[in-house]
Design a protein around this ligand. Structure first.
Ligand code: ZN
Length: 133
């Protein structure tokens, strides 16, 4: 009986909607996030020059950050928590900044590295020792 089963499934869906209006969007969010991650990983991997890798890494950091920030704002809007929206947005901007500022693509060996010491002025490639800053 297709009629009855459809009624039952839409009933549970309706119940989920009531408990959390954001719940149906999370799978789409995860799919989007994974797609962005995979696409930028493949794109960056296939760039030949370290400078290009770095440029596209920055682009993907910004795109991912905006995507996460917009989704979080959207969810907070669904939850009627509008006054909380600036916090995830600021956190996203900060994470974008950290990613761009402290991720390096070595000119010498082409490998990616992330500087853990945010305050130090010099950083050497952990793979080959080439000076990165
Ligand atoms: Zn290196």
């Amino acid at each position: 009986m297709p009629e009855a089963s459809r009624d039952r499934s839409s009933g549970t869906f309706g119940k989920n909607m009531k408990t959390d209006p954001a719940a149906p969007y999370f799978p789409f969010y995860m799919i989007g996030l994974v797609s962005i991650g995979l696409a930028s990983w493949l794109w960056i991997k296939t760039r030949s020059k370290p400078a290009n890798k770095k440029k596209w890494f920055d682009v993907s950091a910004i795109v991912t950050g905006i995507y996460v920030g917009v989704f979080m704002s959207f969810i907070l809007g669904l939850w009627d928590q509008f006054y909380l929206i600036p916090f995830p947005l600021l956190a996203c901007v900060f994470i974008i900044y950290l990613n761009m500022r402290f991720t390096f693509f070595c000119d010498s060996c082409g490998k990616r590295s992330f500087s853990q010491s945010w305050l130090s002025r010099v950083f050497h490639c952990p793979h080959c020792g080439h000076k990165l800053k």
